[in-house]
Design a protein. Structure first.
Lengths: 285, 332
């Protein structure tokens, strides 16, 4: 029972990270209809900026976190403005491969600025495990879950209460009609990239104290986030959260009860099976 | 028609055949002029990549599908041949055939459910497949040798004639690449190929015109998987060593970059893309740190300005320029 609780908490922790990344994928997909593979590097960049904010400028934790997340959002807007918009292409294949190219470039920049070495990021609060019903949990895990919930709440408020958020939902449900009523497409795309960047960056800041910080730490995490988004039904926000938590739990339970070497395989096999049975994902339309 | 026109017309009519003949002759004579084993090793690698890219281009360019997991089939071919020849001591040629058949079966089994998906879902599913295969190659170390790789794979041979140095491998690998090239060139001009291009253009329209889109997609998926598997087998026998690193998701994206640079749906472009991306790291050796920029930068620039691919795009641009100039001349 204690084991099960332990696996449950570690599953929820990584699940929350996957959910954040998956939400980033969904936001961009809803407004632009593409898979944004740069999302993967937003995660690494978040960790890197946090590292610099803490050790180069010596900021405390919370301002550092805000600075890192804003920084990634700014970079994401630059990527959209100067990387994707000049293409002016409608072909989805072209746009998706374009994001792959931009992701390679961004990874190159990160490698150049921060180097290839593995670094360690301190957790938000000192690592003193907390005991809950016999299972020990790191405070960082609680931070992850708490901040994920706050991010989701903010996102919900943004999409249902602000005019920019409402117009983004309008674009997602019908781009042509949205253009007809005069919603500016460029600003929407820029905002969706900023949100995706902020979500990816937050995921990076939160997860790198648990893993290690490296220029390509985001690749695997990002792909799992993509898998989570697909699992829940690509484009659906509740689906992304459900998919993320589901994938995280699946991974930690299979690592605990089956084999830790193959935990990634189990996750992807389940993903493939879900796609075979329900090609639109769990909550897809 | 005067003689000059006749000759030009003949060249135009037989342009594909003549180009293939010219390419074969060049490749036949190439080792006579170039005997540096390092350079030959590079061109051999181009041949191996070209075989995979040709198959992948059929799938991406002609069938209009996304695959981010072809390194999985490449890896299955390589490890399949390695395990069959070393562990089970099957002679290399039959082993290559058996492995290709098995990979075709795998592709069929995976293809039937996977190809019901489209777009992003397909990208994810192929990516997931690549990931699963890579992890198995890495973790199942009793069979695959794990992260340290699998060595001692025998060379291919005909009787006593062993393909063991770069010149001999050059003929073997480019022979295989030319056969694949001819196969693809003929395939896209057949009824099936035309059906496929219709499918890439508009799936519903193709279906309305009587193309069995489901079957066509699965067939082309299997064909491209088999080509990748054969290329993998050749890779294993050529280097007599394989390691899981060669078959990760980055290899898959490299293959996709080759297809895009060469031009989606351009058979000749596949050769060009494979050559350019294989040689690029060599040329860029001097500024190692900026490799990623150049790699990604080329992809981004080509997609932005010449989405049809470098070769096709440039030819189109020149054609348009010529027509415009001619019209201007006619107007004055």
């Amino acid at each position: 029972m204690t084991d099960f609780l332990q696996y449950l908490f570690s599953g929820l922790t990584s699940g929350a990270i996957y959910a954040l990344i998956a939400l980033g994928f969904c936001v961009v997909n809803n407004t632009m209809g593409i898979v944004n593979f740069v999302q993967v590097d937003f995660v690494s960049l978040g960790g890197m900026l946090m590292f610099s904010a803490l050790f180069a400028t010596g900021l405390p934790m919370i301002p550092g976190l805000l600075l890192a997340v804003t920084g990634v959002a700014l970079v994401a807007m630059l990527v959209e403005r100067f990387g994707l918009r000049p293409a002016r292409s409608d072909n989805h294949l072209v746009l998706i491969f374009l994001t792959v190219g931009l992701s390679i470039i961004l990874r190159g920049v990160i490698k150049l600025v921060w180097g290839k070495n593995r670094m360690a990021l301190p957790p938000l609060t000192p690592d003193v495990p907390i005991n809950i019903f016999g299972a020990s949990i790191l405070p960082q895990a609680l931070w992850i879950i708490l901040l994920t919930i706050i991010a989701i709440a903010l996102l919900t408020w943004f999409f249902y209460r602000t005019s920019l958020g409402l117009s983004m939902r309008a674009v997602a449900s019908n781009p042509t009609a949205a253009a007809v009523v005069g919603i500016p497409a460029g600003r929407i795309r820029l905002t969706s990239y900023a949100i995706a960047g902020a979500l990816g960056g937050l995921a990076g800041v939160l997860v790198t104290p648990i893993t290690t910080l490296n220029y390509d730490v985001g690749v695997l995490l990002g792909l799992k986030g993509f898998a989570a988004a697909i699992l829940g039904g690509f484009g659906s926000f509740p689906g992304a959260i459900l998919g993320g938590l589901g994938l995280g739990l699946l991974e930690s339970l299979s690592a605990g009860y089956l084999s830790s070497a193959y935990k990634d395989v189990v996750a992807f096999v389940v993903l493939l099976l879900v796609l075979f049975i329900r090609p639109k994902g769990l909550l897809g339309k | 028609m005067i003689n000059k026109q006749k000759i030009l017309y003949f060249i135009y009519l037989h342009r594909t055949g003549l180009t293939v003949t010219g390419l074969s002759l060049t490749l036949l004579l190439y080792p006579l002029f170039e005997n540096n084993p390092y350079t030959l090793g590079l061109t051999n690698l181009i041949a191996i990549n070209a075989i995979v890219v040709l198959g992948l281009n059929l799938f991406i360019g002609y069938a209009g599908q996304i695959s981010l997991g072809h390194a999985a089939f490449f890896g299955l071919g390589a490890y399949g041949s390695a395990i069959a020849t070393v562990t089970f001591e099957i002679p290399p040629w039959p082993a290559m055939f058996i492995v290709a058949t098995l990979v075709a079966l795998v592709a069929l089994l995976i293809g039937i459910p996977i190809l019901r998906l489209s777009g992003h879902y397909l990208a994810m599913a192929t990516l997931g497949l690549n990931f699963v295969v890579h992890t198995i190659l890495l973790q199942w170390d009793e069979v695959t040798g794990g992260p340290s790789g699998f060595s001692g794979i025998p060379y291919l041979s005909f009787g006593d004639f062993q393909f063991d140095d770069e010149t001999r491998l050059h003929y073997l690998l480019w022979g295989a690449a030319l056969i694949s090239l001819l196969l693809c060139l003929n395939l896209v001009r057949s009824g099936i190929g035309r059906g496929l291009s219709a499918l890439a253009g508009d799936e519903v329209a193709a279906e309305a015109l009587g193309v069995n889109t489901r079957n066509a997609k699965i067939k082309i998926f299997i064909l491209s998987a088999v080509l990748a598997s054969i290329a993998g087998s050749l890779f294993a026998h050529c280097y007599s060593f394989v390691s899981p690193d060669s078959f990760g998701i980055f290899t898959s994206t490299d293959m996709v970059i080759m297809v895009v640079i060469g031009g989606m749906g351009s058979i000749w472009g596949s050769l060009f893309g494979a050559a350019l991306i294989t040689l690029l790291p060599e040329w860029l050796d001097l500024f190692e740190t900026y490799k990623d920029f150049v790699h990604g930068g080329i992809l981004v620039l080509v997609l932005m300005f010449l989405p049809q691919g470098l070769v096709t795009g440039l030819i189109e641009t020149i054609k348009v320029k010529l027509v415009l100039r001619r019209r201007k001349d006619a107007a004055t």
